[in-house]
Design a protein around this ligand. Structure first.
Ligand SMILES: [Zn+2]
Ligand SMILES: [Zn+2]
Length: 252
């Protein structure tokens, strides 16, 4: 357990040294790309690569004839991974500088705060994502930036990180900003990033995996986000439907 309570377990080098910064950027990029390829690859293998006829019937749209689109989704996602890796190393640098609200000792906050910090991050991220996403749908921004994500009208899970670099940067900055204000243990921070990836895959899977009773509690999933890709006028949320409800942009 002590291992998780030591700074050097997470950041073993001085990131203020430019060479270390660049090496860390390359290493984090490698991990992000591998996580993307393995994570998305697993879901793609199960749901898109020769699914059984029974499973295919449950798909929200056609799974075939998308080779060119998938190549495009993977290319943009690799570019986004470079930017996400920059966001990751920037977060580490800020931590090293003493600017963040990371805490290392499990006894510094009550244990119940560990899951609560995840919820706080997801709520704040939802507001940030909704506001920036609606802004990116302004025609002048859309045609230069957000159009990349919407090249996939019927996305495959490979579209999870398929963003224009400017959108990638907007997304990459959310965690360094949140960690300035909301305390979190690095283990929960890593857990949050994993959940974020799984949620992105689920939203672009082309299937509805979450049961109706769960969605009725205000969670977004495949069906909700596929409507966004198809019509672009509603369902701007990330994890929850509350922002879409408040601003009247929810379509069930
Ligand atoms: Zn999407
Ligand atoms: Zn959009």
């Amino acid at each position: 357990m002590d291992h998780f309570q030591e700074f050097s377990s997470y950041i073993p080098v001085d990131l203020f040294d430019p060479v270390n910064f660049l090496v860390a950027w390359a290493v984090v990029f490698f991990f992000i790309v591998v996580r993307y390829l393995l994570g998305v690859g697993l879901f793609y293998g199960i749901f898109w690569w020769k699914p059984s006829a029974r499973l295919r019937k449950k798909a929200l749209y056609s799974l075939t004839g998308k080779k060119k689109q998938i190549r495009q989704e993977i290319s943009w996602s690799v570019v986004t991974s470079v930017i996400f890796a920059f966001g990751g190393v920037l977060t580490g640098l800020m931590w090293q500088a003493g600017w963040t609200q990371f805490y290392l000792g499990f006894d510094e906050y009550p244990l119940w705060y560990l899951p609560v910090s995840l919820i706080l991050y997801s709520l704040a991220h939802e507001v940030y994502f909704y506001v920036t996403h609606v802004w990116m749908h302004k025609p002048s921004v859309y045609k230069h930036v957000h159009y990349v994500h919407h090249l996939s009208r019927e996305p495959s899970p490979w579209a999870s990180f398929s963003f224009h670099p400017i959108e990638g940067l907007i997304e990459a900055l959310v965690l360094p900003l949140l960690v300035l204000v909301i305390p979190i243990h690095p283990v929960m921070f890593i857990t949050y990033m994993t959940l974020m990836t799984l949620s992105a895959i689920n939203n672009h899977l082309g299937y509805e995996l979450l049961p109706k009773w769960f969605r009725n509690m205000g969670f977004i999933s495949g069906e909700n986000h596929s409507q966004h890709h198809r019509f672009s006028r509603h369902n701007f949320g990330l994890y929850y439907t509350f922002m879409d409800r408040i601003f009247g942009t929810l379509k069930g």
